[in-house]
Design a binder for this molecule. Sequence first.
Ligand SMILES: NC(=O)c1ccc[n+]([C@@H]2O[C@H](COP(=O)([O-])OP(=O)(O)OC[C@H]3O[C@@H](n4cnc5c(N)ncnc54)[C@H](O)[C@@H]3O)[C@@H](O)[C@H]2O)c1
Length: 407
Amino acid sequence: MKKIVIIGIGSRGLGYAEEILVCGQDEIVVGVVDPNKDRIKKVLQLFPNIEKDMIFKDWKDFIKKKRNVDAVVIATQDNMHTEPAIACADLGYHILLEKPMAPTLEECKKIVEAAEKNNVMLTVCHVLRYTKFFKKLHELIHEKKIIGDLIHIQHFENVGYWHMAHSYVRGNWNNTNKTSSMLLAKSCHDIDILRFLVGKKCKKVHSFGSLLHFHRERKPKKAGEAKRCINCAHEPKCVYSALKIYMRDHFDRGWRRWPLTILTNDINEDNLIKAIETGPYGRCVYECDNNVVDHQVVNLEYEGGVTAGFTMSGFNIGGREIIIQGSEMVLRGNMNTNEIILTDFLGEEVFRININPDGSDFHGGGDKALVQEWLEALQTGDQSKITTGPRESWKAIRRFLWRKNQG
Ligand SMILES: NC(=O)c1ccc[n+]([C@@H]2O[C@H](COP(=O)([O-])OP(=O)(O)OC[C@H]3O[C@@H](n4cnc5c(N)ncnc54)[C@H](O)[C@@H]3O)[C@@H](O)[C@H]2O)c1
């Protein structure tokens, strides 16, 4: 029996608890750490045998002594990964660490060194690498060599207009003074997956981006001085209205999961309206404390000359798209339709594959597949399927953190 403790039972931590319950054969959650009592209760509903002395408010209490634990999941916020990760590595626990590993290069380095020094398995949650979708693309490019030689990749992270407003304008990742930059918070998955698909080290990067739309100067005139959607004259016409996003587009249509779980632990109309009236998620998108970019492009050149272009933008319906050009054929993938299409240079379709994502997460089944492979690695000690180990994950984002540290 492998005993696991989850540190940080927010949206991600609870998701991992649910996946461990579903996928676990001989693995069990024996402890939880979170200051929020309501969130602890949710884990206790899944794992009612958790002992009282294995419930902690703060990761600092949990790491005070060595406990009868094999592994931890660290799903606290970005700026609270480094210290618990190093402490847990020093205690000899294997670690599933949420991405981004840490907000600075120095911290990432310390985490890698702690894991290696203590010989613990550290897996970073770059969930896209575990999806059938990207595994298939990798297989078609490298094992089947279906497009000839890889030349160029164009990859789009369409964040989606409401997800942009929710997480990066009103929410947890809206300001670099308290959290990671947009590229690190949202797109470290994409930068990592490009490295995975190219299979080479990145040599050069350049990038542009800005906060073009979500600030006061772009506020529609009709919205006047309104600071919240609830009392705004422009609200019925605003695509970013909190009442539209959370109530009309989600709650009223029977949706009861994320992003509503971020507004309230107990989803009902009264609680949601109260959150929109008083909380951060009811603020006017043109009147928030956000500073992260709403669109950004990155050009990358890899060893051997393969290039990639990456676009992150909040102004779309959402979902990742990719175009992979080889010396003989072109592959196109769309994570909304779950389709991969191969065409020749005359534009003729050679084949079209539909990838069943196997799971209802927002990552093409990557969350479930990651947990399955992590649990297997815990049981067998075989890390070969864990493609997002400490060094690999660090390498993927190192160049970006270096840039950030240089200002
Ligand atoms: N892999 C992915 O695709 C993916 C997707 C979204 C978010 N993330 C990352 O996952 C992490 C968690 O995100 P989230 O959306 O679940 O955040 P969240 O804010 O919902 O959860 C964080 C939890 O940590 C708890 N916490 C605060 N202080 C603590 C302490 N001292 N000890 C223990 N717990 C403490 C909070 O109460 C909260 O429940 C972030 O780093 C985020 O960037 C990853």
